[in-house]
Design a protein around this ligand. Sequence first.
Ligand SMILES: Nc1nc2c(ncn2[C@@H]2O[C@H](COP(=O)(O)OP(=O)(O)OP(=O)(O)O)[C@@H](O)[C@H]2O)c(=O)[nH]1
Ligand SMILES: [Mg+2]
Length: 367
Amino acid sequence: MQVKTFTGASSQEILARIKAEMGPEAVIIGNRTFKKNGEICHEITAGIDRNPISAQQPVSGGPGEGMMPSGWSEWHKDWLQIKEQLFALMKPAIQMERLTPRQRVALEYLQREGVSDSVAVDLYKHLLAQPGSSVLECLCDMVPVRGWSAGNWPQRWHLLAGPYGSGKTTAALRYALQWKQWEPEARIAFINADCLRGNGRLVLRHWAELSDFLYLEASDASGMEKALRACREAAIVFIDTPGMSRACTLRDWRTQMGLGKLDCASHLTLTPLWGGVQMDQFLSTYAPDGAASLIWTHLDEAACYGGIVNVARATNLPVSGLSCGAELKKSMVPATEPLIWRLIFKRQLPGELAGGNTAVSPSGARA
Ligand SMILES: Nc1nc2c(ncn2[C@@H]2O[C@H](COP(=O)(O)OP(=O)(O)OP(=O)(O)O)[C@@H](O)[C@H]2O)c(=O)[nH]1
Ligand SMILES: [Mg+2]
């Protein structure tokens, strides 16, 4: 959802601007009238649902633009529920008899595995629009994949973000250890921006020392500034972040830490253990920051994996990693399409394939 606040001398003029700029589908979220320098001003906040969360551009411009109005999250939650109900109403419009038996079986299976009604309707429309195509072909268009590799992720700065306990620190270490295998000479640095709490800090510090990574801590903007400078020589830098409270989005936090303009790839650690409303809440906190990829963690603890398709559809973000164990080593593999589809359709964990066909070269090519 893109939100923008417009001000002007009359409501009519503002409404015309909203329509011209955001289109006829924009909805009015709030309005107020106030006096500025003795003149009456009108202010209207409008929103439009531009499908993928990640496609939202950070809103630039005057102060207040892009800020969520008060009560926004409640409104957003209601809107998502209404949307889901609308899709539930549309679901009977899925005429299974128009699909081939294989397509039908696959669609029914996905629905049982937790794929949302909106995604099911989407998939059905894709299948009808491309007669003869397989469900997997359509799903590949809907779930982008860009596995962790030097070729796929040449950025120097990588930020790991996600809810508390979702696996940020372990994912960062695993990505760094994989990088070290590919480029043993590369100088790898870690900035721990979650250094005020004990547990993860000790683990990270321990492994950084063992693996000869440069280890720095930054609990505020000035600490971060120093840490960024100290990483001058590093070929690749991982920034480990704390979980966000409900009042603070990842974008707010980056701004507070002076990272607003840092050109880094943000990888979000998520687990399929969270259901629809909870996942939507997390996505609204972490994804609109221009996130680069999703890392699915705690896969070994999940009962079904349809949520992976729902999140891909909602964010349009590629999956970069799959984690299926608490151990630091051999529990994470770079994502590939076959691994994801085996996970969703056969509940086969990537770890069970490790050592064979999951090996990925630094360029991202399958070995
Ligand atoms: N079973 C299982 N455990 C995992 C997985 N990934 C991480 N863990 C474990 O989950 C716990 C939390 O992982 P962390 O990497 O510390 O998560 P975090 O997001 O950094 O946590 P905070 O820093 O506390 O917010 C640790 O005990 C990890 O070993 C996974 O894929 N499966
Ligand atoms: Mg951590």
